[in-house]
Write a protein that binds this ligand. Structure first.
Ligand code: SF4
Length: 658
């Protein structure tokens, strides 16, 4: 994508994350590791469909056709000459600032600026955007600042207009009053651009009760403009800060932001291969310039990578940039974990192992074995893939109600036999899968009292949510609801959101927590995700290496699999290190790295689920052939099976090697 001559809405948002990023943005020599693909981003967030729905709620508007900036600006200016008009994607320029407003409603000299976001809102007015001190809360800042930027440009370009600014959001307190609302909007990619097609003949009346809410933000914007609630600069007003950003961008001047903990997620990094062909890492430039890093420092483990450490900005202030700079005092080392390692013990292990270049894993064998003694055979390992879409599929559903569309289930019997016992996948367009999902899961798990393992909180959270959905469901439509609700209670504990409290007699065991408390391997670095733990376990376990170097997975007489045939999981790279089994799977989408897709989803609970979520959304919201659909389903089944197999392998490592 070429470099825009203007500070646009998206560049402004980038500067809000970090002003320095403006310098690296859209330059070929600085690779950007974020997926620059509006189609996939929209699948993950649902932005385009919500945008179209908002337009339907403001019918009779004229869409500014996409073209050159000058064309779009001229079209908009012509439309704004009308006394009354509704404009979609109105393009407004003021000096070197440019916006494309989602919806503008002009009536005389009163103009409503409506910014539509695929974001859920649980409130009645703009007070919901404020924290306890009455200031703009950090969670809403990027959205409100976005509108502040747009209103400023509009005010400057058209000083005679009286402008009212709104955020249009998905209202958590509304329910869809018509069936199949979501299916009215199909996501398409045409000539490289993403858009949503609205079902032909669809009228506003067909949409039932509105599920979006328009929240006026003028009061908050006034406080940003007058400096009462503006925190981005100590010396400039919001307006001057925007001009400053635009000028620095236009003159290609780098704004030196103080390096910070969020640099860890900076997208302007290079792979080694990219550096070899002369591309530049924005991240390295910043850290060279500000932390005085030499090339050799980038080879050392960084403080930014320390697991679960909340003092990173304080350490940067004290010029402690590397793990080797940290002391026990810095991490407030203590040994008071409930069981196994405390958080700071685990952190100190990470530091020590990194400094001493010690590759040996550390396992609290005694603690782990005591824990394992409480587990009852057969062992069940389950993993869910889920999503939450802005526009409900079904009547009676709220925006962003969770959808559980897939699970995988491995079982380990008393004699050590392992089997991929079951799976569920429902990607049928417009079908609400949750109740069938739980019904199937129940059938697979209720036959015995064996321990059920999940990896992190997600499975417990989702079963709690489905419990609430069942509770609200019509008994006539879901006659078996009581039995499902009772069963859910047996294998979960209630979450904070539940009115009722319970802890099931067979409450699932969190294998993530077991790893966190008893097992650290330097190969995991600062992560406990399955994708980090599986290769580490494979690398240390002679048992796993011996077993999975043979084509036994999905082989007759080997481990029964529902999606693999004669699979060899143990493969080594040129240095003799294990190649992660996840890297052996074909990408979910052609030419797109599955890890990068996972990064599209910011919820850390779903850290590894972004690719599956995007695949599901793609099957719901976009057109595809049967063959494409089958290929994606096959990929989804393989990925989910590997997740529960990974859990089994970690268990095997604990059971057989220790
Ligand atoms: S490395 Fe840090 S300071 Fe530099 S652009 Fe990235 S986030 Fe900003």
């Amino acid at each position: 994508m070429s470099r825009s001559p203007y500070l646009t809405k998206s560049l402004f948002k980038l500067a809000l994350e970090c002003e320095t990023k403006l310098f690296y943005a859209k330059k070929k020599e600085y690779p950007d590791q974020k997926i620059d693909d509006s189609f996939l981003e929209s699948l993950a967030e649902g932005g385009f469909q919500v945008g179209e729905l908002a337009k339907m709620y403001h019918p009779g508007g004229v869409e500014v056709a996409y073209g050159s900036y000058d064309d779009m600006i001229n079209q908009t200016n012509e439309l704004l000459k009308k006394d009354k008009v509704i404009i979609y994607e109105a393009t407004i320029r003021y000096n070197n600032l440019l916006i494309r407003a989602d919806v503008l409603v002009k009536d005389g000299n009163i103009v409503d600026l409506i910014e539509v976001k695929a974001k859920s809102f649980d409130g009645t007015d703009s007070d919901a955007f404020l924290n306890k001190k009455g200031k703009l809360s950090s969670g809403w800042k990027e959205y409100v600042y976005d509108v502040a930027f747009q209103k400023l440009v509009l005010m400057k370009a058209f000083p005679n207009f009286k402008i009212r600014a709104y955020l249009c959001l998905a209202d958590k307190n509304k329910t869809a009053s018509v069936e199949g609302l979501n299916q009215n909007f199909l996501l398409v990619r045409k000539n490289g651009r993403t858009g949503a097609i609205v079902k032909s003949g669809l009228k506003k009346e067909d949409l039932g009760e509105e599920i979006l809410i328009k929240v006026n933000v003028d009061e908050i914007l006034a406080n940003i403009y007058n400096g009462n609630d503006f925190t981005e600069s100590n010396i400039m007003s919001f307006e001057n800060w925007v001009y400053f950003l635009a000028d620095q961008y236009a003159y290609d001047m780098k704004i030196m932001t103080v390096i910070h903990s969020k640099c860890k997620q900076c997208e302007f990094r290079c792979t080694k291969e990219e550096e070899k062909i002369g591309l530049k890492s924005g991240f390295k430039e910043c850290w060279r310039e500000q932390a005085g890093f030499a090339d050799s420092d980038f080879e050392k483990p960084m403080m930014l990578d320390l697991w679960n450490f909340r003092q990173k900005d304080a350490m940067i202030e004290n010029r402690k940039y590397l793990l080797e700079d940290l002391t026990k005092d810095d991490i407030k080392y203590d040994l008071n974990g409930d069981r196994g390692m405390s958080t700071t013990e685990r952190q100190w292990l990470q530091i020590q192992k990194a400094i001493n270049n010690d590759p040996e894993p550390e396992i609290d064998v005694e603690g782990l074995k005591a824990e394992m003694k409480t587990w009852i055979y057969p062992l069940h390992f389950i993993d869910f893939e889920t999503t939450a879409v802005a526009i409900p599929f079904h009547k009676g559903m709220r925006p962003y109600e969770g959808i559980a569309f897939q699970y995988s289930h491995h079982i380990v019997y008393n004699d050590g036999t392992i089997e991929h016992k079951g799976q569920y996948l429902n990607t049928k367009r417009g079908e609400f899968p949750n109740f069938e999902f739980v019904r199937n899961l129940k059938k697979e798990l209720e036959g015995d009292d064996g321990t059920i393992f999940r990896y992190h909180n997600h499975e417990n959270t989702y079963l709690n949510m489905i419990y609430q959905q069942l509770n609200r469901a019509d008994k006539k439509e879901v006659p078996y609801k009581k039995a499902l609700m009772e069963w859910i209670k047996t294998i979960t504990h209630s979450t904070g959101k539940s009115a009722e409290e319970w802890c099931g007699e067979r409450d699932m065991v969190d294998l993530y927590k077991v790893v966190k408390d008893f097992y650290y391997d330097p190969m995991m670095g600062g992560s406990i995700s399955l994708k980090a733990v599986l290769p580490a376990a494979l690398n240390s376990s002679k048992y796993l290496q011996n077993k999975y170097s043979k084509p036994i997975y999905g082989a007759s007489g080997g481990i029964k699999s529902l999606n693999y045939v004669n699979q060899v999981w143990l493969k080594l790279d040129n240095n003799g290190k294990v190649i992660s089994p996840y890297k052996q799977l074909p990408p979910m989408f052609e030419n797109i790295d599955t890890d990068a897709l996972d990064l599209l989803v910011s919820d850390e609970n779903l850290a590894d689920g972004g690719a599956a979520m995007t695949a599901y959304s793609r099957m719901q919201f976009s057109e595809m052939t049967d063959i494409e659909s089958q290929e994606i389903q096959k990929a989804l089944l393989k990925y989910c099976e590997l997740d529960t197999l990974a859990m089994v392998m970690i268990w095997e490592f604990f059971e057989k090697d220790l």
